[in-house]
Design a protein around this ligand. Structure first.
Ligand code: ARG
Length: 462
């Protein structure tokens, strides 16, 4: 590789002294935005092709630049590119190398553009792809959950409120709740695509340009849908960043809630699910332990994801228009949240593939705690024509009696029930049955086995 002669910043003519040492070291973004090299070259090629089409640069220069850019891309891919931290970021590194490769004519590349529009353009192209990667991973997750749900339609578990047994549900119904959560996440990521499809290129530093550029041309070339409308807003806007970081955070919340739930269910106090050896780790001192570390990792990493969102919100708060160095941090935050979420989804999928349900334990737990009490109250409303509040208090009295005498509802004698509510007859026993309770919940979105089967089918169609 030829010696890097232009090893100095582009502004060397104007600024005669090097930046102070520490700032030189920490003020750059190269180690982070290296990752945008492909997008940067793609956008630069589109830009110079547009400049040529508009007769702003000639054919020969355009070809030289495109040749140089392609060569640089290969050098980076083949790890032969010499990155220079002194040159602040990936954009200056590529431009500098272009000078080395094709000489003075490289200087035409920055006609009618600024790093301010360049960086947002690269970033949006990158984020479009990243968004689709997350959506794909969410689809895989949803499919895995559906597979598990399909096997557990008739698995009875206690539904909880306040972590107290509430009413019996199908375990598949619980799993389909996760499908809903991840479907909303997909929607959030998809919604942000609309802004990501607006092309920033051509707004230059903040005002637009006096060159007769064609922003529709670069819009098409770079697969955007339309050019942005306001040059000042374009270089200062990072709403698409906070939307992405918020979408990551919402998804991380969902992952974390599932992780927490599984940790509880896997605990020795609950034992509703068993994590297999692929998703547990041991203790350095207690030989018997199998700890749910991957789940705790998922829950813990949510903190960092929120942190990235809050950093970006704070950077933007009080930042006047238009571009400021503060904005440089946007990429690191997004890359961190993206990498984390992608990893978390992959690990969550490993979890879904590597646990089993202790159906017997689930049923046992559902049989304690009077889970069909509400069914009994509903039954009195229907059969005895009681107002719900009266039925509720009659049921509460029956529960009090059963609790005091350490009996399940199914173990109560008819005469014991009749002492509290004389109008009830033997039919009441079927109301105490868990499966009967579940299958009576036929209202749309309810937990009956038939509803669940239909829901699974409808998700699979989409
Ligand atoms: N490294 C900068 C960033 O990532 C590029 C944009 C710089 N623009 C500027 N006027 N300093 O935000």
């Amino acid at each position: 590789m030829s010696k890097n002669k232009n090893n100095q910043p582009i502004w060397g003519v104007r600024i005669k002294k090097n930046s102070t040492n520490l700032f030189k070291k920490v003020g750059g973004s190269l180690s982070v935005d290296k990752r945008l090299f492909n997008e940067d070259i793609e956008a630069s090629v589109a830009h110079v092709e547009m400049l040529f089409k508009q007769k702003i640069i000639n054919f020969k220069i355009k070809n030289k630049i495109v040749w140089g850019l392609n060569r640089i891309k290969n050098e980076i891919i083949k790890k032969k590119f010499l990155f220079n931290e002194k040159l602040e970021d990936i954009h200056m590194n590529i431009e500098n190398r272009l000078f080395e490769l094709i000489g003075e004519e490289a200087g035409y590349i920055h006609t009618a553009r600024s790093r301010n529009d360049q960086v947002v353009t690269d970033f949006k192209i990158w984020l479009r792809k990243a968004t689709n990667v997350i959506i794909k991973n969410l689809d895989i997750t949803i499919n895995n959950i559906l597979k598990k749900a399909n096997k557990n339609v008739e698995t009875i578990m206690p539904g909880f409120t306040h972590l107290k047994n509430a009413q019996p549900v199908s375990f598949a119904h619980y799993l389909l709740a996760y499908v809903e959560m991840f479907t909303r996440d997909k929607k959030r990521f998809n919604n942000n695509l609309e802004s990501l499809y607006e092309n920033p290129l051509g707004v230059a530093a903040l005002t637009g340009t006096s060159f007769k550029i064609d922003r529709s041309y670069t819009t098409k070339k770079l697969k955007f849908k339309k050019p942005t409308k306001n040059s000042i807003d374009t270089v200062s806007d990072r709403d698409f960043v906070i939307d992405f970081l918020y979408s990551c955070s919402a998804c991380a919340i969902h992952i974390s809630r599932i992780a927490e739930e599984f940790i509880i269910w896997n605990s020795d106090a609950f034992k509703l699910i068993v994590l297999n050896d692929k998703i547990v780790t041991g203790s350095s001192i207690m030989p018997q332990k199998k700890n749910p570390d991957p789940l705790e990792y998922l829950r813990g990493k949510t903190g960092e994801t929120f942190g990235n969102l809050f950093s970006m919100l704070t950077i933007l708060k009080g930042l006047p228009l238009s571009y400021y160095k503060d904005l440089q941090d946007d990429k690191e935050l997004v890359f961190k949240s993206f990498d984390q979420l992608k990893n978390s989804l992959i690990i969550l999928n490993d979890v879904f593939k590597n646990f089993s349900v202790d159906k017997k334990k689930m049923l046992e737990l559902a049989e304690s705690g009077f889970l069909t009490a509400t069914d009994l109250a509903d039954y009195m409303v229907r059969e005895l024509k009681y107002p719900f509040r009266k039925a509720y208090s009659q049921t509460a009295k029956i529960i009090n009696f059963a609790e005091k005498n350490k009996k399940k509802l199914t173990e109560l004698k008819m005469h014991e029930i009749n002492r509290i509510e004389p109008k009830l007859n033997e039919d009441v026993y079927k109301i105490f049955d868990l499966k009967h309770s579940i299958n009576s919940k036929t209202s749309y979105g309810g937990t009956s086995f038939e509803n669940i089967k239909k829901m699974i089918r409808s998700y699979k169609k989409n």
